[in-house]
Design a protein around this ligand. Structure first.
Ligand code: ATP
Length: 246
């Protein structure tokens, strides 16, 4: 595992294309141990493309992804997961025909590999971690993915990522479409995950939500990072406010 203050993830000047479209233009960012970092940008700014590049779903044209000082750039997504990167996608990726329990099991198996790689380190009990974050998921175990509400799907997606015993969690728009009261519940969950020693990179469209939760922010606009720093400095930066307003 990592010691506080240590760099967990380093994204170095990545360029990513979707078909012929050059989407990311030299994006660099860093996440430290037990830090919540938010990647803020309007719809279409490049947040999902950044997260999918880190997870290995999109090949890089240039640049590098380092995780715990290991170069992941050429590894397949499942190999990245085995190193301890949990991922909750924007559409949740919950298999509709499988029960919640079966959805969680997939990650538990991968988690065994994560712990084998952490030589000597005791693996936190994945179930305790996942249900510690969202106890509600325990009551949904027999339900099929297709019968979950939007908020429940998001909970299951995050609980599933926690089953991996990750050291880094990538959350793509975890709060999107949630009622305000449920947003508070998710904010609390993110704080619990952080307290478990997990680092978090969150894609978020709204500066207000990112400011409440992020230790540090990066603002992305048209595939370029235009700001990095504290939530307070972001709100005081005219270029940031203009980019986020459009
Ligand atoms: N499959 C695709 N093929 C081509 N272009 C795409 C594809 N998916 C996204 N794009 C384009 O890539 C750019 C970045 O999209 P991306 O999804 O990364 O943005 P985002 O910041 O996550 O926004 P959103 O919140 O809408 O998902 C946008 O211009 C979008 O239109």
């Amino acid at each position: 595992m990592f010691t506080k203050g240590v760099v967990v993830l380093e994204v170095k000047a990545i360029h990513t294309y979707r078909g012929p479209a050059h989407i990311l233009n030299g994006v660099s960012l860093r996440v430290d141990k037990q830090e919540v970092v938010c990647l803020v940008g309007r719809n279409g700014a490049g947040k999902t493309t950044t997260i999918e590049s880190i997870m290995g779903f999109l090949p890089l044209q240039a640049g590098q992804i380092l995780f715990a000082n290991e170069d992941l750039t050429r590894l397949a997504p499942h190999e990245r997961a085995k190193r301890g990167i949990g991922y909750s996608p924007e559409d949740c990726g919950v298999f509709p025909d499988l029960s919640v329990d079966e959805n969680l099991m997939i990650s538990r198996w991968l988690g065994d590999e994560v712990s084998r790689r952490r030589d000597g380190a005791v693996r936190p009990d994945p179930q305790t971690q996942a249900f510690g974050v969202f106890p509600e998921v325990q009551d949904l175990l027999q339900r099929q993915g297709m019968h979950l509400s939007g908020g429940q799907r998001k909970m299951v997606a995050i609980a599933r990522a926690m089953m991996l015993s990750p050291s880094l969690l990538l959350l793509d728009e975890a709060f999107e479409g949630l009622a305000p009261v449920v947003v508070n519940r998710f904010t609390e969950a993110v704080m619990k995950i952080k307290a478990m020693g997990v680092s978090i990179l969150m894609a978020e469209s709204y500066l207000a939500a990112a400011s409440r939760i992020g230790d540090r922010l990066y603002v992305i606009d048209r595939g370029e990072i235009i700001f990095q720093g504290s939530p307070k400095d972001a709100r005081a930066d005219e270029r940031v406010m203009k980019a986020l307003r459009g």
